[in-house]
Design a protein around this ligand. Structure first.
Ligand code: BDR
Ligand code: CA
Length: 311
């Protein structure tokens, strides 16, 4: 089993990623860290704890991150039109029984990496502050992390929050730039591949028929998400599985083909949040450029469906 930490801003597609990861026999989730992005860090914590309860996985500890950008600013507005006022498409989940742990997210990352040297993969699907703060506090971890699988950015296609920038990078560009430049080994899962991985609306009817709390909740969340996609990307007739693809790659790296690059983030001006990739065989970042869409989506649906039946 692969030891993983999931770093999330739960978020509808983060919720799908967690649902995919939790019952995977290939992954051992050591903990979930939360950050701001789609919503504030505390809202991400609330959503994560509630979802883990619905998933029957309340034993997985949750660690909240700092609700400030790496440069020390308040987070920008929430992504209400895409993820709803509560971050999960206004789906109502039962209150969690547990709270977040006392340790702050970046300290949990540092202590886990030392406990399992070269045996931890960090899957990150929100802004990069937790990882950036962990590296800033203990630069040694750069050499002790097996891989960071990051959803964010784009090197060959336009952005989604501005013509230049993808949302996770845009909301904390300094954190992303610091992380990318640190030399930490990374698999960069950007819009180049995630915009090809589509969940079709017809799947939601099948989920609803299973009639479990999880199946109804995820279908409600995805309906909200797909309405947003219908407004912004009507040609897709569904929604992109951005965050689940990172989990898929942790399970089976052969879902994607990569090129080794160095990646720079623009932190200011109209192009703020743009990620510029330059091919570099000595670089630390494997940028995903191709994805086996059918095989990945089928795998995702199989495993999420198992969760739906159980929960
Ligand atoms: C990314 O931004 C967030 O809105 C999603 O959860 C995903 O992580 C897509 O650009
Ligand atoms: Ca996310």
């Amino acid at each position: 089993m692969k030891n993983v930490i999931l770093d999330v801003d739960t978020g509808i597609d983060d919720a799908l990623a967690l649902s995919y990861a939790v019952h995977s026999p290939e992954l051992n989730i050591l903990g979930v860290t939360t950050t701001f992005g789609n919503i504030s860090a505390s809202e991400a914590t609330r959503n994560t704890l509630q979802l883990l309860k619905v998933l029957g996985a309340e034993d997985i500890p949750v660690y909240q991150g700092v609700n400030q950008t790496f440069a020390g600013h308040e987070p920008a507005d929430k992504a209400t039109s895409i993820h709803g006022e509560n971050g999960i498409g206004d789906a109502q989940l039962p209150a969690a029984d547990k709270k977040a742990e006392d340790m702050i997210a970046h300290d949990f990352i540092i202590s886990s990496v030392h406990k399992y040297p070269n045996d931890i993969t960090i899957i990150t699907t929100g802004t990069q502050g937790n990882l950036a703060r962990a590296i800033q506090k203990d630069p040694q971890i750069v050499h002790l992390v097996k891989d960071v699988i990051l959803m964010g950015g784009a090197v060959t296609v336009p952005g989604n929050i501005t013509p230049y920038a993808e949302a996770n990078i845009y909301h904390d560009p300094e954190a992303a730039q610091f992380t990318f430049q640190s030399g930490i080994p990374m698999t960069f899962v950007g819009l180049d591949v995630t915009m090809k991985t589509l969940l079709k609306r017809t799947v939601l009817d099948e989920w609803r028929e299973k009639d479990t709390l999880l199946s109804r909740s995820l279908a409600d969340m995805c309906d909200f998400y797909m309405d947003a996609y219908a407004r912004n990307n009507p040609e897709l007739n569904g929604c992109a599985l951005h965050d689940p693809l990172t989990v898929g790659i942790a399970i089976d790296p052969s879902f994607v083909k990569t090129k080794t690059m160095s990646v720079n983030v623009k932190t200011e001006g109209a192009e703020k949040g743009q990620t510029v990739g330059i091919e570099n065989p000595e670089g630390n970042i494997k940028v995903c450029l191709e994805v086996d869409v059918d095989r990945f989506v089928e795998h995702f649906l199989d495993w999420v469906c198992l969760s739906l039946i159980k929960n």
